[in-house]
Design a protein around this ligand. Structure first.
Ligand code: 3BY
Ligand code: FES
Length: 437
């Protein structure tokens, strides 16, 4: 188990007081007007997807303020292991230490160079490549080779730390000086769903990085609906195509699948009761600062995993799970992540904004740490469904980005089955309005 690390008092603020604001007062009031004039229930106006100043505002008001998923502990299994994650202009080092996980701003306190330049690696002390300033894993400046003089207090030039929490093996970070308080409460709600999958004894089977030519909000909007899921043939055979349907008004050609879904749902609930696993759908997507949705839902076919037949993709169960037929425990978190926890593997997804028109989507497949590639799972088969799905999603996102750039673009209405897209947008708008107020 990995402990928590909290920012050292007085060292957390990523935005310094007294610095020229990245968004000017004039721009701020223009942006406020855009938010105030937004048509509820409709997609956003074009500048929200295309304007660099609005992107800067998003980085300040969303990524600079809220809890963000960064990585899972399985990506940094040993002390000294690290990953670097970038959210727009922010770069962070997520480092495993003897005590737990430490999150440091990847900005040298000498003249600001990136300290660690690799996406992942193993390190003892952290040495800046420019003039070799050297920091301990806790971020303290331990050595600054100073030919001639050392006329400053080393104690004042440690790497800045960010707040972090480890919940059920997922590492979350917050760049705000004072993080929003309800994350701890929300994490106590979702933790019992995820903990039985024991991510701390899982290993990374594969990680995919896709740079999508689209604003981060288009990536998130696309994730929050299955209205487009006919565009995912590989995924659609694992899901019951019942999205948007309401009991009592099922079109005749979908009655069979509806009934199959109801039965699978009941069988899954019975199994969850037997094993003491929570399964209720809980969602507070725009009524919470830490907006979330968590559920356990059946998968079609054998009901075990994301394969065409629904059969398991890895032969080893995760953690102490005793049954493969546990469907998918899926979690959506505002603002930038989503997850599927199955009995045999877990997939984490995270959107890292690059600029107003590009987003990195990092997908990580995790299996039990004793699962052997080629024996217990085949890597191509394990990753097939979501690799295909991610490519299809990338295409959808990019089509929307191109549309938003056209003078002919106008916001369009969200459908009932897109209520989670609307909840995401409502969450975003509220958080930004609070920030800009
Ligand atoms: O996350 C969900 O609930 C659905 C299923 C897979 C794609 N996504 C929109
Ligand atoms: Fe890092 Fe000079 S900028 S040592």
């Amino acid at each position: 188990p990995v402990g928590e690390s909290k920012a050292v008092a007085g060292r957390a603020p990523a935005t310094r007081k007294g610095r020229l604001s990245a968004v000017t007062e004039e721009q701020r009031s223009e942006i406020r007007e855009l938010f105030d004039n937004r048509r509820k229930g409709y997609s956003l106006d074009a500048p929200f997807y295309t304007d660099p100043t609005l992107f800067t505002a998003d980085m300040e008001g969303i990524f600079g303020q809220h809890w963000l998923f960064a990585a899972s502990v399985a990506e940094i299994p040993e002390p000294g292991d690290y990953v670097t994650v970038d959210y727009g202009p922010y770069s962070l080092i997520v480092l495993r230490t003897e005590e737990g996980v430490n999150v440091l701003h990847n900005v040298c306190r000498h003249r600001g160079a990136r300290v660690l330049t690799e996406a992942a690696g193993t390190t003892g002390n952290l040495v800046c490549g420019y003039h070799s300033w050297t920091y301990s894993p806790e971020g303290a400046l331990v050595h600054a080779s100073a030919p001639g003089e050392a006329t400053f207090d080393k104690g004042c030039f440690g790497l800045k730390r960010a707040h972090s929490r480890v919940v059920a093996g997922l590492v979350f970070v917050c760049l705000a000086a004072e993080p929003p308080e309800d994350f701890d409460e929300v994490s106590r709600i979702f933790e019992p769903y995820l903990a039985p999958h024991e991510l701390s004894s899982a290993k990374v089977a594969f990680q995919q990085e896709l740079v999508e030519e689209g604003n981060w909000k288009l990536v998130m909007e696309n994730n929050r609906e299955c209205y487009h899921c006919d565009g995912h043939p590989e995924l659609a055979c694992s899901l019951f195509p019942t999205w948007g349907l309401t009991e009592g008004i099922i079109p005749p050609h979908l009655e069979d699948v509806w009934d199959r879904n109801v039965q699978a749902d009941q069988a899954l609930k019975d199994r969850c009761v037997r094993y003491g696993l929570p399964y209720e759908v809980l969602e507070e997507l725009d009524t919470r600062i830490a907006g979330y949705r968590i559920s356990r839902e059946p998968l079609d076919g054998a009901g075990e995993s994301f394969s065409a037949s629904g059969r398991r993709l890895s032969k080893k169960l995760l953690g102490d799970l005793r049954d493969f037929r546990l469907g998918r425990c899926s979690m959506h978190l505002q603002p930038n992540s989503w997850f599927h926890f199955m009995s045999d593997h877990v997939i984490t997804f995270s959107a890292f904004p690059i600029n107003e028109h590009q987003t990195l989507v990092r997908t990580t497949w995790l299996v039990a740490d004793d699962a052997v590639e080629g024996v217990d799972y085949d890597l191509e088969t394990l990753t097939y469904t979501w690799k295909q799905t991610n490519l299809q999603d990338k295409n959808f996102v990019e089509l929307c980005q191109r549309g938003a750039a056209s003078p002919a673009y106008e916001p369009g209405p969200y459908m009932k089955s897109e209520y989670q897209v609307e909840a995401f947008i409502n969450w975003y708008v509220q958080r930004m309005q609070e920030h800009l107020a």
